[in-house]
Design a protein around this ligand. Structure first.
Ligand code: DO4
Ligand code: MG
Length: 275
């Protein structure tokens, strides 16, 4: 089952058919406590059938915090060690990749995230920018994973590479977080080997293509969630991006008009244009 959010309300895709569902379902899922998800999912009432989806929004509540994990794939570690070598920051990426404690950082409020079809951005004071395709976990207030979506952790590599202490500026700005198109519902709904593909088009020409899969993710989902919830409460639930395993070469930077497509097997394709 996939749950879509749009300016017209919530829709559920079930057995190949789209239905309208009650407005509060998303809020009930994110704000639920431990052990409540099963009952909510089995009690979903299907309302009118729908023929299409328009004006999509990110599948998250405005009040929900979106966090991200970093350096969870070998590819992310080596790319970041290269970009930060001059500033002497390379050692930190190596250390965090091996450490028990993962890198976690705040990315966005739900209200600031961009949905499928929306515009992502590059910062005006950045010279090197990339999309980061990331499987994103939907977690309830009780700390349980109840769904998955496709995330884009759009990042400035020039700002992060200049000094690792600039990470929040490299990561958090208008149009830097995209999520969608829907929430794949159920903790076990995703394949442990699902592929993650990134395609970037410029003037309709493919200018970058890369792929990884979940077997390359170094951390377990629950391990990341456990650290995030260890000393924090999330009354509105949380979204957690699980890190990127696809990084374009150092000669690539995003530019205005680019179309970015991220596909995660079984979850969907998130498409955004760079403003
Ligand atoms: O350490 C910086 C951020 C890492 C990140 O966003 C990733 O690995 O996906
Ligand atoms: Mg990332």
């Amino acid at each position: 089952m996939k749950l879509f959010r749009s300016v017209h309300g919530l829709s559920l895709e079930k057995d190949g058919q789209l239905y309208q569902v009650e407005q509060h379902l998303l809020s009930r899922l994110f704000r639920s406590g431990r052990g409540e998800i099963g009952e909510i999912l089995s009690g979903i009432e299907l309302l009118e059938k729908q023929s299409d989806l328009r004006d999509q929004l990110p599948p998250v509540l405005d009040e929900t915090e979106i966090w991200a994990s970093g350096v969870t794939y070998l590819r992310s570690k080596s790319a970041r060690m290269e970009e930060s070598e001059k500033a002497g920051g390379d050692i930190f990426y190596d250390l965090v990749y091996e450490a028990q404690r993962p890198e976690l950082f705040f990315k966005s409020m739900g209200s600031r995230a961009v949905g499928h079809g929306g515009h992502i951005r590059v910062r005006e004071d950045s010279s090197w920018d990339v999309p980061e395709p990331e499987l994103t976990l939907a977690i309830n207030a009780g700390g349980e994973i109840f769904g998955f979506t496709v995330g884009n952790d759009v990042s400035s590599r020039s700002i992060e590479g200049e000094n690792p202490l600039y990470l929040p500026q490299a990561k958090v700005y208008r149009g830097s977080c995209a999520l969608g198109p829907s929430l794949l519902l159920g903790r076990d709904a995703i394949s442990q080997r699902a592929f993650i593909k990134l395609k970037i088009f410029r003037n309709d020409q493919l200018v970058f293509e890369g792929e990884t899969d979940l077997t390359q993710l170094k951390r377990r989902f629950e391990e990341l969630v456990e650290f995030l919830y260890r000393e924090l409460d999330f009354a509105h639930g949380a979204m957690l991006m699980t890190g990127t395993g696809v990084v374009p070469g150092s000669d690539f930077t995003l530019s205005s008009g680019d179309r970015v497509e991220i596909t995660i097997e079984g979850v969907g394709t998130l498409t955004n244009h760079v403003a």
